[in-house]
Design a protein around this ligand. Structure first.
Ligand SMILES: [Zn+2]
Length: 247
């Protein structure tokens, strides 16, 4: 029957290995997040420009209809002006015709400016589309890189995690809480004593404590210097686990 300390030592070795595997992925996950942000921003810019362009197109269609209507109105007014009965009526038509003409000129100007704006935006959207496509390519390539690393690790990860799950059931809740607390300070929370020293911080373990460690293989002792859980190297670690972590 294995002692809790044996399970703890094995748990620690497995967690160290899991940390190493995690590090192999490096900052790829963070890189992906930042590339995703870049890509989303590029797409948002394209959409924004597209919206403005479609508003301009609608304005152009509407304005052309309005110009047509203004022209027809002016012709009708001119025809009526021909048949006026007095000067007052004539002046009234003149005023209305002038107003219609100035509206026509104003709208023609706006339409011309809209045409220039449309051309600029069309060029802009082309470069924005290129930026967005570039960002997508970059994102896909880093995602592929991460997928490859993850798939290489997959089998190993599954095995380690399944063994870890079994080990955990043999460790009390309190011990596990304590282990997790030490892990926040030292990723290698449980370390063997080698040559009378804690192999986590290399400080010397007093001779008396060394004897206690050897005589109480099922008790938990701490390094007084670093607070790691320590065990004598006489403690037997499962060969399957040693093989798996290539210890
Ligand atoms: Zn120590």
């Amino acid at each position: 029957m294995k002692s809790e300390l044996q399970f703890l030592a094995e748990l620690s070795l497995i967690d160290i290995k899991l940390d190493e595997l995690q590090e192999d992925c490096g900052d790829l996950p963070n890189k992906i997040k930042s590339l995703e942000r870049k890509y989303n921003e590029a797409v948002a810019k394209v959409n924004e420009t597209q919206q403005i362009l479609s508003d301009i197109k609608k304005f152009k269609v509407d304005s052309k209809l309005t110009l047509q209507a203004l022209k027809e109105k002016e012709e009708k007014l001119a025809a009526k002006q021909f048949n006026v009965k007095n000067n007052k009526e004539f002046d009234a038509y003149t005023k209305e015709i002038d107003f219609t003409r100035s509206e026509f000129v104003r709208l023609t100007d706006e339409l011309r400016m809209a045409g220039v704006k449309e051309e600029n935006l069309t060029n802009m959207i082309e470069s924005q589309n290129n930026d967005s496509a570039e960002a997508k390519t970059e994102l896909d390539s880093v995602q592929k890189e991460l997928d490859e690393v993850a798939s290489d690790q997959n089998e190993e990860l599954l095995k380690l995690k399944s063994i870890r799950k079994k080990i955990i059931t043999n460790i009390s809740h309190d011990t596990n809480t304590e282990y997790t607390r030490i892990r926040t300070l030292h990723h290698d929370a449980v370390m063997p004593v080698r040559k009378n020293s804690c192999s986590g911080c290399y400080s010397t373990i007093p001779a008396q404590k060394n004897v206690e460690l050897r005589n109480n293989l099922d008790s938990i002792f701490y390094c007084e210097n670093c607070g790691r859980i320590i065990y004598t190297d006489e403690l037997v670690i499962d060969k399957e686990i040693l093989d798996l972590i290539k210890y």
